[in-house]
Design a protein around this ligand. Structure first.
Ligand code: VG1
Ligand code: CO
Length: 543
């Protein structure tokens, strides 16, 4: 066995963000860049000799090269076995499923999620712990600290491993097991949902359209929707994963999934539409000419959970990220179960799920999931919705409207300002902080500011504290504006403005969210001085 110790110097920018380290492909392709970060992971997690690692990615540009490097580094760092998805592919929720099912010593997932791919696109890497979830902050901080002091990394000198056929091979004494990326995951979905009822729904003429956006979920969707549930092959569009996602932006929202949106809002629209992102953990749910806000989706799944076999015994609790609307809180209250509010990012849900405190989790950013894995899960959410539609025999729109009639509507929207100069974005956040003393009590149109703060979270399980998680402006009627800077972008800054107003009056539930939130949108612009500071008067993306 020929292990090479390669001298290196640290990079100073390997700080993981909301979900792992994300950089442009050319950054990752610099000599030693990926290797340094992988060595920093291995050094921080103290790999037990001979243990097993899960490895896979969303198939984006540079996935294959990175997998080969990581395999050789795993062999040189004492792993005894690596489970790697065929072709180097594993969706994020499937990777979480594999880590848990085979009790591996965590896993490395290669993805920049919804960010575009290609030679000049984005690439990303993150470590998931043995519970299957994204490493918590104390682990990512240790990785970052280690990355700043590395002087060498270890890698095996060996030819590349064949990844396209399933089976086992030897790599310098370490076993490489190429596994089916879909089978274990599909089996798990079958155990959670009523496939018989969904099959019947589809056989009865209910039409489904799923957009895989040329990203990782194509093969998963074909296996589950077409093969196991009997949907026509044409139900899955953009089903072939491509390293550059066909030049698209694999983010399942009304802006970037416009191809699907046009179908669902067109003449002869199908009954149900859905899309997932680059790595398969996000979901967008559409009815015929109807969009389900992710915050509402979480609340509706919670309210109807007992209709799915996997959740028939009820929910222990619900957790949502802070900027997600309080629609789920109302359901939790009605069910008499706890509801937790965590910072943005799935890594904050892990402890709550491990402790058995919550069953369902969700984020406004098209992320929903449960304790079946420790990641958000796009296809899981789609199947959950199909299960509910099959059981209730109602359209998506009817289910949402009934929900609003019962619980009231948390009217919600997020406005993203992408690619802002760093100075302008930081200036907006500083200005908001500087206004904390004067804002409370201020009247603005029909609203009055009740409180403002910068959200901080104390994990109820391990007591760890996370500060600076977003500026909240709360109004006396329960409406809310939240300002946050994105932690997943790779260029400039992205400012996210989250807007929420509660509307109990059914006669106003038909209003478009942008109309219903118009006054709050203006207030957000004025208290942040966003237009003056950035020169922008329109968001890049509205969800
Ligand atoms: C965004 C979302 C956040 C999500 C994260 C990772 O982070 O807002 O809710 O957990 O992406 O999702 P940020 O810091 O850019 O707001 V994914 O599908 O990109 O792994
Ligand atoms: Co994702």
């Amino acid at each position: 066995m020929n292990i090479r110790k390669v001298s290196t110097t640290p990079f100073n920018d390997q700080k993981p963000g909301t979900s792992g380290l994300r950089k442009r492909v050319p950054v990752f392709r610099q000599a030693h860049y990926l290797e340094n970060f992988v060595q920093a992971i291995f050094d921080s997690i103290e790999v037990p000799q001979g243990t097993t690692l899960t490895l896979g990615g969303d198939g984006r540009y540079y996935n294959r090269e990175a997998i080969q490097i990581i395999l050789k580094m795993a062999a040189a760092n004492g792993f005894g076995r690596v489970l790697v998805g065929q072709g180097g592919i594993l969706s994020t929720p499937a990777a979480s499923c594999i880590i848990r099912k085979y009790a591996t010593f965590g896993g490395i997932i290669l993805s920049a999620s919804h960010n575009p791919g290609g030679p000049d696109g984005d690439f990303g890497i993150k470590y998931n712990t043995p519970n299957g979830g994204p490493a918590p902050e104390k682990v990512t901080e240790a990785i970052f600290a280690r990355s700043k002091e590395l002087t060498e990394y270890r890698i095996l000198d060996a030819p590349d491993v064949a990844l396209d056929e399933m089976g086992e091979s030897d790599l310098g004494g370490m076993r490489v097991q190429v596994i089916d990326p879909v089978a274990d995951y599909a089996k798990m979905m079958e155990a959670l949902f009523d496939f018989g009822a969904i099959r019947q729904l589809l056989a009865g003429g209910f039409r489904l359209k799923f957009d895989a956006m040329h990203a990782v979920t194509g093969p998963y969707a074909q296996e589950i929707f077409v093969k196991r549930l009997g949907a026509p092959a044409a139900s899955v569009m953009n089903a072939v994963p491509l390293p550059d996602f066909g030049g698209g932006h694999p983010d399942p929202n009304l802006t970037y999934a416009h191809e699907l949106v046009e179908v669902l809002y067109g003449a002869d629209a199908p009954d149900f539409g859905a899309a997932s992102d680059g790595d398969g953990d996000r979901n967008m749910i559409l009815g015929q000419r109807f969009f389900v806000t992710p915050s509402d989706s979480l609340a509706i799944l919670a309210a109807n959970a007992q209709l799915a076999p996997g959740y028939a015994q009820g929910l222990a609790g619900i957790a949502r990220s802070m900027p997600t609307s309080a629609a789920a809180d109302r359901v939790a209250q009605a069910l008499g179960i706890p509801c937790f509010e965590t910072p943005t990012g799935w890594k904050f849900f892990g402890n709550l799920m491990d402790a058995g405190e919550v069953t369902l989790c969700g984020e406004e950013s098209f992320g929903t999931g449960s304790d079946h894995v420790r990641e958000k899960d796009g296809l899981w959410a789609v199947l959950f919705w199909l299960n509910i539609v099959a059981a209730r025999k109602q359209s998506v729109e009817a289910i949402v409207r009934e929900h609003w009639a019962k619980f009231g509507r948390n009217v919600y929207s997020r406005h993203d300002y992408e690619g802002l100069p760093l100075d302008a974005a930081n200036g907006v956040m500083k200005h908001l902080h500087d206004s904390f003393a004067t804002l409370p009590g201020t009247k603005m149109g029909s609203y009055q500011v009740q409180f403002c703060d910068d959200f901080s979270y104390t994990d109820p399980v391990d007591g760890s504290v996370s500060t600076g998680q977003g500026v909240r402006i709360g109004f006396s009627d329960g409406s809310r504006i939240v300002f946050r800077l994105s932690g997943t972008g790779t260029e400039g800054a992205t400012l996210r403005i989250y807007l929420e107003a509660y509307e109990p009056d059914v006669s106003k539930h038909h209003l478009d969210a942008q109309v219903a939130l118009a006054e709050l949108i203006e207030i957000a612009a004025s208290i942040s001085e966003l237009r003056e500071r950035s020169g922008r008067d329109q968001p890049t993306v509205i969800t």
